[in-house]
Structures are given as structure tokens and as C-alpha cells.
Design a protein around this ligand. Structure first.
Ligand SMILES: [Zn+2]
Length: 191
């Protein structure tokens, strides 16, 4: 699997090779499309190669550029648990008057977790998407059968206090798969 980190401003964004293009896992920081585009080009990717965008959760550094990629022709995939998180993010940015492109609620591909494996297979990825709440209720993890987990902002497993049962359970779910490498949204990947 060709995983290209196209991150900047201490956030990792991952471009994954799929049939006929790339899937982008997270894309953030409103108003930074020129920087993102430059970073993609530096890594040999044309922005229009991004066919799908998936976000770990709806915080501004992870979902800040979704609509701008949609405008370039990418399809936005969101999980059933994430649907109601678009509006709060849109409202937040409207209130703050940031350079955020409002995410359209229609025209997206809404996936059930149980259908994620089939969908990923259809675009050439072998894996699944699971709900991993903890950092936020809408947080998801993309698992590739090669042993890779893209965990977004889920706090590192070793730092989760025992009383945080939700996050602990999310890590247990992740490690019920054969995992050899974790790709977090901040910091380095680790085995
Ligand atoms: Zn976050």
C-alpha cells in the first residue's frame, strides 16, 4: 500500500492509492487550500487525482477543506455516525467568520459501518471503517487489512486512563484486527 503523508501544520493527512486515483483521509485548516495543493504537488499528486475524501471526525483541522475537494470533483464519504456533525461545523465557522467553505449536506456518500468493507473493496482497498469514539463521538478509524490503522485524534493507547472506558473500548476494537502500524493525525506513525 502506497501511503503518502501530505500533512502540514502539525497535522497528518494521508493520501492512499485506490483504483483510478487517491482517497484522502482527513483534510483540514480552512483557508489553506493553496498550501494543501502545493503539498500534494510536492508529493507528486495532482489535486484532481483525489477521488474520495473521508474524515476521522468533524474538527476544523480534519474537515476544514472537505467542500473544496468536493468542488474539485472528489466524492465525500461519511459514516452514518457522522452525518449530524456537518451542521455544527458549518455553524461554528459561520459564527467565527473563518475562510471555511461550508460543507454541503447533500450529494455525499453516506456509509453504514457494516457496508464499509464492501465499499472499500469497490475502490480497491481491502479493509473496513469502524466507529472509535473517545476524542469525539463522530471519530472513526480506517483499518487496512495489511495491518494499518488510521486513528485520527484518538489519544495514544498508552495514555488512556482506566476510567476512560469509551476510548479504551475503541482501542480494543482496533486491536481486535491484526494491526502492525498506527497512523495518527498528529505525530509520527508507530508500530
Ligand atoms: Zn479533533
Amino acid at each position: 500500500m502506497n501511503i503518502i503523508n501530505v500533512g502540514y501544520r502539525s497535522t497528518n493527512y494521508y493520501a492512499l492509492e485506490i483504483k483510478n486515483g487517491k482517497l484522502l483521509f482527513d483534510c483540514g485548516w480552512p483557508g489553506t487550500m493553496p498550501q494543501f495543493t502545493a503539498e500534494l504537488k510536492r508529493k507528486g499528486i495532482t489535486p484532481t487525482e483525489i477521488k474520495y475524501v473521508l474524515v476521522s471526525h468533524f474538527h476544523t483541522d480534519h474537515a476544514g477543506l472537505v467542500q473544496e475537494f468536493r468542488n474539485l470533483g472528489a466524492k465525500f464519504i461519511l459514516l452514518e455516525s457522522q452525518v449530524h456533525f456537518i451542521k455544527p461545523l458549518n455553524d461554528f465557522h459561520k459564527r467565527k467568520k473563518t475562510p471555511f467553505a461550508e460543507i454541503f449536506e447533500d450529494g455525499n456518500l453516506i456509509l453504514k459501518f457494516e457496508d464499509s468493507r464492501k465499499f472499500l473493496a469497490s475502490i480497491g482497498l481491502s479493509g473496513e471503517i469502524i466507529a472509535t469514539p473517545g476524542h469525539s463521538d463522530d471519530s472513526i478509524t480506517l483499518i487496512l487489512d495489511e495491518g494499518f490503522a488510521f486513528t485520527g485524534d484518538l489519544p495514544p493507547r498508552s495514555l488512556v486512563p482506566d476510567e476512560d472506558r469509551i476510548t479504551k473500548e475503541s482501542w480494543n476494537k482496533i486491536y481486535s484486527h491484526k494491526i502492525t502500524r498506527i497512523y495518527p493525525a498528529h505525530g509520527n506513525s508507530s508500530s
